[in-house]
Design a protein. Sequence first.
Length: 254
Amino acid sequence: MARNIQSLERAAAMLRLLAGGERRLGLSDIASSLGLAKGTAHGILRTLHEEGFVEQDPASGRYQLGAELLRLGNSYLDVHELRSRALVWTDDLARSSGESAYLGVLHQHGVLIVHHVFRPDDSRQVLEVGAMQPLHSTALGKVLSAYDPVAHSEALEAERKPYTARTVSSAEDFEAVLDLTRARGYAADIEETWEGVASVAAPIHDRRHMPVGAVGVTGAVERVCRAGELRPELVAAVRDCARAVSRDLGAGRF
């Protein structure tokens, strides 16, 4: 059996101590509570401070939880809430469209699939929760890049690999795609990432009207498109789903 890493265990114990006790604790208090030498405790606190997980009050020298830990916690809560709010609506979207429905969020310079509803037929399908998709070529990624400034920057800084002959790779053309996405309120991917596959996606906003994710459907191009264009009823269904999830998150009308 693999052994746990002692320094990580001590760091975790330190964060729990700061979360559950007084607002601020001094080095001696922390070391004493955890049974650590002051030098050891100080070394761990210094590392946590450099990473933004703890902050030190300049006047008293006492420590408290840092903003980075709060940001990570809020990120988990946001994704968890987003998925729970979207469950019913994405089920309905897959049922009404007859295609697979996906929920994605920005993660590590790509789109992380946090929920996937299978196409409602008897075909063999693979669950894609946890899979990553590119920002520049997928419908989900274009939506996030169009509405989220962080995703926008990451997509522009990325390589923008041409997956097919239809993939938009140049920065100028990509910006034009994002402008069109914002103007229409949805994004398209017609064989830009996978040959024979098309997708449509729309943005999800929270109560602050901030983009927190995207929802869309994906399927064979001959089903998703008609005469080379996305079927209007599919676009409408995806946008209605995105609005419904956004309303559940408190976004109101938009």
